[in-house]
Design a protein around this ligand. Structure first.
Ligand SMILES: CC(C)(COP(=O)(O)OP(=O)(O)OC[C@H]1O[C@@H](n2cnc3c(N)ncnc32)[C@H](O)[C@@H]1OP(=O)(O)O)[C@@H](O)C(=O)NCCC(=O)NCCS
Length: 274
């Protein structure tokens, strides 16, 4: 149904069947029953893009009209030992409104912690026990595994268009350090660690010092960070032309090692915060 209403283009506007199909899809995503991408052992990347789900999310944008939204408060759930403080003008403290949002059509599993301000966009899937820290973004359709730590200001890019483009996938037990950026369908395999400030895109070569290889995206495959890799931000010398003459270097993420006991210690999470 979604594919049919999507293919109908502007003709779907005002069609109540199209709206109902979209609303069913939106609920199914929110329950985690359907996903924009799902694990698939038969696929070369280990992930299958469900293009029809992304079409459905786009359909929701086409069918929606602009309305003034009443100011509904986001619901808050936290330890009763740390209630919200109240300030008045007499306190002389500015409290800027706004904060975290989880958009309809995103799946957020039990045990996920959302630290303000963070944003989870439509079509995203965030699995159990994951921490989404302050200023982190989970872009549209991004797939985040179990017990992932998205540190402060980590940006996980979204992909709605083109509909067959793979979303960014962060698999179970990954630590994405502060200020990292993972974009353009990059897949970060289970247990990997991205040190603070690591940026990964389709165009970023990653230098694996352990195996002596350079990892790159290809026409068919996104950039894939291997299981348990510890990636740190580095740089490489420009070896020709003006870049060499001027002594420039380019940003180059480096796999400095694969996860060991020390990494487990460095990345251990504070259970009490959960
Ligand atoms: C990657 C990280 C987890 C350290 O892991 P680790 O397994 O203890 O790594 P090690 O200290 O053994 O370092 C391995 C190599 O990478 C280098 N390295 C480690 N962290 C690095 C970083 N952030 N940038 C550049 N190089 C780094 C080390 O110097 C070492 O190389 P060397 O042997 O040539 O000296 C840690 O640096 C990190 O970035 N943590 C995330 C912090 C963060 O963002 N917290 C979020 C709070 S909201």
């Amino acid at each position: 149904m979604i594919e049919r209403h999507f293919a109908a283009g502007p003709a779907a506007l005002g069609d109540e069947h199209a709206v109902n199909a979209f609303l069913s899809l939106r609920s199914a995503i929110e329950c985690g029953e359907v996903r924009a991408a799902s694990p698939d052992a038969e696929s070369t990347t280990g992930w299958r893009v469900n293009a029809w789900v992304k079409q459905g999310i786009l359909l929701g944008f086409r069918l929606g009209s602009l309305v003034e939204m009443p100011p509904v408060g986001f619901s808050f759930v936290d330890k009763n030992t740390y209630p919200v403080r109240h300030f008045g003008p007499v306190d002389g403290v500015r409290v800027v409104p706004g904060g975290s949002s989880v958009r309809a059509g995103a799946y957020v599993a039990r045990g996920v912690v959302c630290m303000p301000p963070m944003y989870i966009n439509a079509g995203a899937y965030v699995d159990e026990g994951t921490m989404v820290d302050s200023h982190a973004l989970v872009g549209s359709c991004a797939q985040i595994g179990k017990h992932v730590h998205l540190s402060a200001a980590a940006q996980i890019g979204g992909v709605l268009e083109p509909v067959n483009a793979s979303p960014v996938v962060i698999e179970d037990d990954v630590l994405v350090g502060g200020n990292c950026g993972v974009y353009e369908g990059t897949i970060v395999r289970k247990g990997a660690v991205l040190a603070a400030g690591t940026i990964l895109t389709r165009g970023t070569p990653v230098f694996d010092l352990v195996n002596g290889t350079v990892l790159r995206a290809t026409e068919e495959m996104p950039l894939i960070i291997p299981e348990d890799a510890v990636v740190v931000p580095g740089s490489r010398a420009v070896t020709k032309g003006k870049g060499k003459e001027w002594g420039l270097s380019l940003y180059a993420p480096v796999i400095a090692k694969y996860r060991d006991d020390k990494t487990d210690l460095s990345t251990a999470l504070e259970d009490l915060l959960r």
